[in-house]
Design a protein around this ligand. Structure first.
Ligand code: NDP
Length: 259
């Protein structure tokens, strides 16, 4: 029996990166997984890869834009029609919007908040009524070490990611008595396309990559699967008294005083 056997989970932004790793790990642990992803093609490809990796896995790929509350509600409805009531939601979809505050455009601000904070709220709002009524559920929000620490020039991403922690704590408390747990994971540097795109945007991509590794206490950055293992734990029945909390997955980087 897998650690998520019998559970039904929806993961946003599951077409690639951390979301895809979470979808693979959840399926390996016996959950039916719904890949709610902006890009229908990558969602379908990841679902097919999961079914190859885990024979008998139950997957559903649904094109979803987390910035659009109706689109998220429709994804939840499609999941429930296919598999039944959702036990787990992972709000993973996110984008980097890294600007200088005073030259940032209004569009940059809105784009960042639409995905990184409204997107998380849209997911929570779509699943909470059912979870509260059933008296069970686990929501896992993918925050960031930017939820606690600031890197100059990365505005307004950390503002939205601080908000994800606020939302996690507020909703965790709001529905605790109904046994709905809301937690967050704060990854540090994880090797995904998002990170590679950031290196590639620097004047010397290889030097930027080396500089990132040098800053890490473990002299490496994390892998998506290392975040996925934590998501499995929080989503499972192994974490029944963990609520309104955040687990940092950064190899110790945010505990370091000096660069
Ligand atoms: P990726 O860019 O590799 O993957 C993000 C996925 O989300 C993509 O498949 C993307 O689809 C999808 N997505 C983007 N916008 C939307 C939307 N509006 N609706 C639905 N899906 C959408 O990112 P990561 O895997 O690296 O990041 C995942 C999460 O982890 C994010 O919340 C990020 O902020 C957080 N994080 C990542 C860290 C890292 O070092 N990688 C560190 C800390 C936090 P498409 O490709 O079509 O745009």
């Amino acid at each position: 029996m897998g650690r998520l056997a019998g559970k039904i989970a929806l993961i946003t932004g599951a077409g690639r990166g951390i979301g895809a790793a979470i979808a693979h790990a959840f399926a390996r642990e016996g959950a039916a997984v719904v890949l709610a992803e902006l890009d229908a093609e990558t969602a379908g490809q990841t679902a097919a890869a999961i079914e190859r990796e885990t024979p008998g896995a139950r997957t559903l790929a649904v094109r979803t834009d987390v910035t659009d509350a109706t689109s998220v509600r429709e994804a939840v409805a499609a999941s429930e029609r296919t598999f039944g009531p959702l036990d787990v939601l992972v709000n993973n979809a996110g984008i980097n919007v890294f600007c200088d505050p005073l030259t940032m455009t209004d569009e940059d601000w809105r784009r960042c908040f639409a995905v990184d904070l409204d997107g998380v709220w849209n997911g929570c709002r779509a699943v909470l009524p059912g979870m509260v009524e059933r008296g069970r559920g686990s929501i896992v929000n993918i925050a960031s070490t930017h939820s606690f620490k600031i890197i100059p020039g990365c505005f307004p991403y950390p503002v939205a990611k601080h908000g994800v922690i606020g939302l996690t704590r507020a909703l965790g408390i709001e529905y605790a008595a109904r046994q709905v747990r809301v937690n967050a994971i704060a990854p540090g540097y994880i090797e995904t396309q998002l990170t590679r795109d950031w290196w590639d945007a620097q004047p010397d991509a290889e030097a930027a990559r080396r500089a990132t590794l040098d800053l890490q206490p473990m002299k490496r950055i994390g892998q998506p699967e290392e975040v996925a293992m934590t998501a499995v734990f929080l989503a499972s029945d192994e974490a029944p008294f963990i609520n309104a909390s955040c687990i940092t997955v950064d190899g110790g980087r945010s505990a370091l005083y000096h660069d």
